[in-house]
Design a protein around this ligand. Structure first.
Ligand code: TRP
Length: 404
């Protein structure tokens, strides 16, 4: 079996690793998914369920993924095999297929994000509900989506080709402070909007105890938590494979989960005041992924120049959040190609870029394809997460016990 832990790169320091993991976790899923799920899932009840899932289920799985990555020091595809033998190869396959699938449609959503950013900067935003449907159509259909998809994948691959320290760690060191700064500014701005209070109370105070046991809410909380924390498909295993042995894994898992949840909540504190102040609450549940690109731009579009400026900040923030997630997804196939076939990082990045570009074509062409792929991926994450927990919690301890 491949044994390639010699000369494996390492993170420069603890902060670099934590920022990279937070960068992976914080993404479009936080900015949109959290607010969307909580509006669908009964407001405060969803938030409580979400926090519960993070604490009870996700943090232990986080530690399991970190431990698997750090102790095997190989890419996610090889890690379960190195730890527990060839019977676990299918889990390795899941770890390579799922990040590729997610990256393929994530690049498309990044393309829409980048376009809204450019439109708010140079052109203008929709001003009412009837303009908003056309607006979304115009950003999400047509061959120009390929430009954004290629750009996003190209940028991500370029950064990943720079390596762990000089590529991924450096990107996150620059981007994460900017991201938190913009987020903070937007939360403060949104607090002064006319119906900020109404927005907050719908996000956090609207509590119906029955919603806590509603199966739809429970499954929303699981899928949102796994997606948002980048768990279940090898991304965190891969990042942890570049860790040295000194790090305190449970502490880091808690820190990362805390920051990610904080960003989800802060995003809600931005989007909910906008939605209620500009009377967009009826449009929120019409479509899943597209609504971020109709509700928020249309809300801000009614607010003149200031609204446009805030849209520039919001979608700039979203793009930054997305690129730091994209590199984490790309690092999985790239590190696998390096470990398994001894490829140079540069070529591994180019091949991954080409492969994901081609797999992403149906998502550029069809939003329903993209939506379905997203649903399938979210299910795989949960399955993958539980399998890692089972591997680390039950299979390995037993085989180690049998050996001694
Ligand atoms: N967590 C990111 C978000 O919230 C997306 C992401 C990056 C991801 N890497 C992942 C999701 C791995 C699942 C698995 O947008």
């Amino acid at each position: 079996m491949e044994q390639k832990s010699i000369q494996r790169e390492e993170w420069n320091n603890k902060l670099g690793f934590i920022l990279a993991a937070v960068g992976s976790a914080v993404g479009l899923g936080n900015l949109w998914g959290f607010a969307y799920s909580s509006s669908e899932g009964g407001g405060a009840a969803f938030v409580i369920l979400y926090i519960f899932v993070v604490l009870i289920v996700c943090i232990p799985i986080f530690v399991a993924e970190f431990a698997l990555g750090r102790n095997t020091n190989v890419s996610a595809y090889l890690a379960p095999i190195k730890a527990a033998g060839n019977n676990w190869a299918p889990l390795g396959w899941l770890f390579i297929i799922a990040p590729i699938a997610i990256a393929s449609y994530y690049a498309v959503v990044m393309s829409w994000t980048g376009e809204v950013f450019l439109l708010s900067l140079f052109d203008g935003l929709p001003k009412n509900a009837s303009e908003s449907a056309n607006f979304f159509k115009s950003i999400s259909t047509g061959n120009h989506v390929f430009i954004g998809q290629l750009f996003s994948l190209g940028l991500g691959s370029y950064i990943v080709s720079g390596g762990i320290k000089k590529g991924i760690e450096k990107l996150n060191l620059i981007c994460m402070p900017i991201l938190f700064l913009i987020l903070f500014l937007l939360v403060i701005w949104a607090a002064f909007l006319g119906k900020a209070g109404e927005g907050y109370s719908n996000l956090l105070l609207n509590f119906d105890i029955k919603q806590l046991t509603n199966p739809t809410n429970i499954s929303l909380a699981f899928s949102q938590a796994f997606f948002s924390l980048s768990l279940g498909i090898g991304v965190m295993i891969t990042y942890a494979s570049y860790l040295n042995k000194k790090s305190n894994l449970p502490k880091q898992a808690i820190q990362i989960s805390f920051l990610d949840t904080l960003v989800g909540l802060m995003a809600g504190l931005i989007t909910f005041p906008i939605i209620y102040t500009f009377n967009m609450s009826s449009s929120i549940s019409e479509s899943t992924i597209g609504t971020l690109f109709t509700t928020i731009p249309t809300g801000l579009g009614q607010y003149g120049l200031v609204g446009r400026l805030m849209a520039v900040l919001f979608f700039g923030l979203a793009y930054i959040a997305a690129i730091t997630s994209m590199v984490s997804l790309l690092e999985v196939p790239v590190s696998t190609l390096i470990d398994k076939f001894n490829l140079k990082r540069k070529y591994a990045s180019i091949y991954s870029f080409l492969l994901i570009f081609v797999i992403g074509i149906p998502s550029v062409k069809s939003i329903s394809f993209l939506d379905n792929l997203d649903s399938i991926a979210r299910t795989l994450l949960i399955g993958g997460g539980f399998l890692v927990a089972f591997l680390m919690g039950s299979v390995l301890p037993r085989s180690i016990r049998n050996r001694t």
